[in-house]
Design a protein around this ligand. Structure first.
Ligand code: NDP
Ligand code: GDP
Length: 342
């Protein structure tokens, strides 16, 4: 039995839920930061889906409240801190750039500052992103590829990445930055393209919708499964020394082909249902992401296990189950107008 305590910011998000499940299976005590919400009980829907809500300790706090973070670190004295909290949706980052910067960039300083002050021996993981590569400077992106952000979200993540490196070098912290390429699952937010697609495919299959509107379907992404990727986060913090790693599959697929996999899985012809909506194009696009995970494979022994096809099938199946049960999270409010050029 492991006697370690892990502290996860963003535990109510996709990765936080899977990471909590993984750490619990390793015997950790898992404490998670959860923002106060008037929707009491609803914010734990991902932990509920995994059946682990009662196994984790949720504590109230916010990345913007540095004093509160220090108080929590002083009380729980975690061995490992995983900073997964962020305003994580690229489109929203153009609509709320200052808020995105406060949470996704300055929030990292708040966590690191509290860590230096209260638990400097704790190991720290920062959730960096392949979006930092943006307008890619090399056809395959590795730890040495220069960054070129294409959104306020990416610019904020670059700050989070470098401040993590800087605190490692300034304060001798065990601080790692995981540069994770897109990773998805049945717990992915409905606004992200894979889940938007699998949810719409399930709706169309059940006769609840007639079409799916997408923006740029030529964009290429290196998609992996969140269940595989959270294991890499944990492995980074078990290594002999702190370092930064690209986590990716090494394969890239267009949004069009990803959608085709989902439609074909339920026996539907994508061309009958897919419509292109120019309003869903972004002010600046990231056309291609393709990661080189060889450093993580070599030094951590990490490799992805779940294929894109298996993942999309799992996501469609989960959306069919949720829609049939009419569960929370399966019938979103019509937010699409918020994600267009307003
Ligand atoms: P989600 O959007 O699913 O989860 C984000 C989490 O952050 C939620 O728990 C959210 O809480 C929390 N949060 C947001 N703002 C605050 C705040 N001010 N204080 C405290 N908590 C806050 O993201 P993912 O799980 O997909 O991603 C995890 C991390 O990895 C993020 O930092 C993301 O940017 C990064 N990343 C993700 C990739 C991916 O493909 N999924 C790729 C690369 C990086 P609430 O539930 O209250 O909204
Ligand atoms: P991102 O890589 O973090 O921005 O992840 P997303 O899942 O939000 O977007 C992946 C790619 O899908 C981007 O290139 C988007 O422009 C493209 N895309 C095309 N249509 C849509 C859509 O309707 N919604 C979203 N979220 N993305 C879309």
């Amino acid at each position: 039995m492991n006697s370690k305590t892990a502290f996860i910011t963003g535990i109510t998000g996709q990765d936080g839920a899977y990471l909590a499940q993984h750490l619990l299976s390793q015997g950790y005590r898992v404490v998670g930061l959860s923002r106060r919400s008037s929707h009491y009980g609803l914010t734990s829907h991902r932990l509920d889906w995994l059946g682990i809500t009662k196994d984790v300790e949720l504590v109230e706090g916010d990345l913007l409240d540095a004093g509160g973070l220090a108080r929590l670190f002083r009380f729980y004295r975690p061995d490992e801190v995983y900073n997964l909290a962020a305003q994580s949706f690229v489109t929203t980052s153009w609509q709320q750039p200052a808020l995105t910067t406060q949470i996704t960039a300055l929030g990292v300083v708040n966590v690191l500052g509290a860590l230096v002050q209260e638990i400097p021996k704790a190991r720290f993981y920062q959730a960096s992103s392949s979006e930092m590569y943006g307008l890619v400077q090399e056809p395959v992106q590795s730890e040495t590829t220069p960054f070129y952000p294409r959104s306020p979200y990416a610019a904020a993540k670059i700050f989070g990445h470098w401040i993590t490196v800087n605190y490692r070098e300034s304060y001798n912290l065990f601080a790692c930055s995981g540069i994770l390429f897109n990773h998805e699952s049945p717990l992915r937010g409905l606004e992200f393209v894979t889940r938007k697609v699998t949810h719409a495919v399930a709706q169309i299959k059940l006769g609840l919708a007639k079409e799916l509107k997408l923006g740029n379907i030529d964009a290429l992404r290196d998609w992996g499964h969140a269940r595989d990727y959270v294991k890499a986060m944990h492995m980074m913090l078990q290594a002999e020394r702190a370092d930064d790693y690209v986590i990716a599959t090494g394969k890239t697929t267009s949004v069009r082909d990803m959608a085709r996999i989902a439609f074909e899985y339920v026996g539907l012809d994508m061309n009958e249902f897919l419509k292109i909506d120019p309003d869903l194009y972004r002010p600046a696009e990231v056309d291609l992401l393709l990661g080189d995970p060889s450093k993580a494979q070599r030094e951590l022994g990490w490799a992805p296990v779940i294929s894109l096809e298996e993942m999309i099938h799992e996501m469609v199946d989960a959306d069919l189950v949720r829609l049939r049960k009419n569960e929370a999270g399966s019938n979103p409010m019509p937010l699409s107008s918020l994600y267009t050029k307003v």
